[in-house]
Design a protein around this ligand. Structure first.
Ligand SMILES: Cc1cc2nc3c(=O)[nH]c(=O)nc-3n(C[C@H](O)[C@H](O)[C@H](O)COP(=O)(O)O)c2cc1C
Length: 156
């Protein structure tokens, strides 16, 4: 096997959208993290998954049955993506958001929203797969998506 850096380079050839995953239902527990490992999983039952590094400080907060929102980012939300991949204490500063039906924050300028709860967590290697059950979704105004390819932002 070639080294880790080369593996990251080959993984980065797979272009993805960019999401911000949010959880927490009260101000002092709001959490958001930029994630491109989102994948649709099942229509019946409605499920998706994403992967979080095991060293992610907030992995523990994704408890089974806890509420989770997925915000699909538009090209115009590149700064928001960087913010939620950056320092934890600065993520929510100066950011406008709304609360979804499940009381978890969401960004209404994004392409769309999925509300869900955690169904299962599967640890594998240095990441944990978080499998979620969709409870509600909304499609907002059509805009150009934010794309991540070769570790850089792109759009179509
Ligand atoms: C475009 C993009 C996609 C990312 N996707 C993931 C991901 O799927 N899973 C993950 O654990 N971290 C991902 N990250 C890194 C996290 O956003 C974050 O920087 C890192 O996990 C540290 O989070 P923490 O401070 O909450 O522990 C991504 C970062 C960027 C910029």
């Amino acid at each position: 096997m070639k080294n880790k850096k080369n593996l990251t380079s080959v993984f980065s050839l797979f272009s993805t959208g960019v999401t911000i995953i949010t959880n927490g239902t009260s101000k002092n527990e709001y959490f958001g993290c930029t994630v491109n490992s989102f994948t649709s999983l099942s229509l019946d039952p409605p499920q998706f998954l994403f992967c979080l590094g095991n060293d992610n400080g907030n992995l523990k907060s994704f408890k089974v049955k806890s509420h989770v929102n997925v915000n699909f980012l538009s090209k115009a939300q590149e700064n928001l993506s960087n913010k939620f991949a950056g320092e934890l204490t600065k993520r929510w500063k100066g950011v406008s958001f709304s609360l979804a039906k499940n009381k978890v924050p969401f960004f209404n300028k994004s392409l769309g929203l999925i509300e869900s709860y955690v169904e299962k967590k599967v640890k594998s290697g240095d990441h944990t797969i978080v499998i979620c059950r969709v409870t509600n979704f909304e499609i907002f105004n059509p805009k150009k998506p934010l794309i991540y390819y070769k570790s850089k932002y792109q759009s179509i």
